[in-house]
Design a protein around this ligand. Structure first.
Ligand code: AMP
Length: 282
């Protein structure tokens, strides 16, 4: 596996790869890798000839400086894990490589960014779009892989790729969970033992709530989920929205559309976790 830091080295290697007619798959990450990330790499390996993974903790997408400072980092472990899944190239740039000067671009995602993560983390998706559009430019991939754990992010990236006329195909991949249901996240390592023990309540409540779709109104189910999770010590739901899976706008009735998803953000002490569940997809 190549390990590369600078954009110029990256581009020179990828030029040769492209000249050989190989399809490039790209997985952008912020490191502190886990099985969720590796599942994206494995899918990319299955579908492409050459797989590039980037590890870059992008300061522009953190609205909370404390979250940025505490974000876990371990590039040596990341590198070892990527070797085990036969990643071809690890791109681990520094801030100066990605942002030689400040990125002042403003992206517009309309209603997609006024809800959920966009509402509670102002500037977050603009920072995501800044870094992902740059990484797409540098890697020029045929396919790029994103996890549905960040459900809204997938919609934003698809919209961005259309706006910028990117030729890259955006592939949305399923959520990978721990055995007890907790969605894997780099932030999970920041949970205390007690918080980690209780953390499966988020996924469990979401999964259980699927059984109530025929018995409760959207509003009742929403309140039920928030109430159940808030009962756990140190758990505070920031939002739980039941939305149209395409437009991401809230729905009032289960009949409103054919694709309905429940997206949640929960503070567990200081650690903010997100998850989602599909209620309906036809
Ligand atoms: P991050 O390093 O958190 O920016 O995540 C990099 C990519 O991995 C994003 O596309 C995430 O959606 C994806 N990802 C993170 N956690 C999971 C998970 N548990 N299952 C599937 N994909 C994930």
């Amino acid at each position: 596996m190549y390990k590369i830091k600078t954009v110029s080295e990256l581009q020179s290697v990828l030029k040769q790869v492209q000249n050989q007619g190989k399809q490039i798959g790209f997985v952008p990450t912020m490191g502190a890798l886990h099985e969720g990330h590796l599942s994206l790499v494995k899918q990319a390996k299955d579908e492409c000839d050459y797989v590039v993974v980037s590890v870059f903790v992008n300061p522009n997408q953190f609205n909370d400086p404390k979250d940025l400072e505490k974000y876990p980092r371990d590039i040596d472990r990341d590198s070892e894990l990527l070797s085990t899944v036969h990643c071809d190239l690890l791109f681990a740039p520094g801030i100066e490589d990605i942002y030689p000067e400040e990125d002042t671009r403003k992206f517009e995602f309309g209603a997609l960014e006024t809800v959920m993560e966009g509402r509670y983390r102002p500037g977050h998706f603009n920072g995501v779009a800044q870094v992902v559009s740059r990484l797409f430019d540098y890697c020029n991939p045929d396919k790029a892989y994103f996890g549905l754990k960040d459900f809204q992010q997938v919609a934003i990236i698809q919209d961005m790729a259309e706006q910028l006329n990117c030729t890259v195909e955006i592939i949305a991949c399923p959520i990978i969970r721990e055995d007890d249901g907790l969605a894997m996240s780099s932030r999970n390592v920041r949970l205390t033992q007690e918080q980690r023990k209780n953390a499966p309540v988020i996924a469990k409540t979401l999964f259980d709530s699927c059984n109530f779709v025929s018995k409760m109104s959207v509003e009742e189910l929403r309140n039920h989920v928030m109430h159940e999770i808030n009962l756990t010590d140190e758990f505070k739901v920031e939002y739980f929205e039941i939305v149209d899976g395409k437009t991401l706008q809230g729905v009032d009735n289960w009949e409103d559309c054919n694709y309905i998803v429940g997206c949640i953000a929960v503070f567990v002490g200081e650690v903010r976790l997100i998850d989602n569940v599909i209620y309906k997809k036809r």
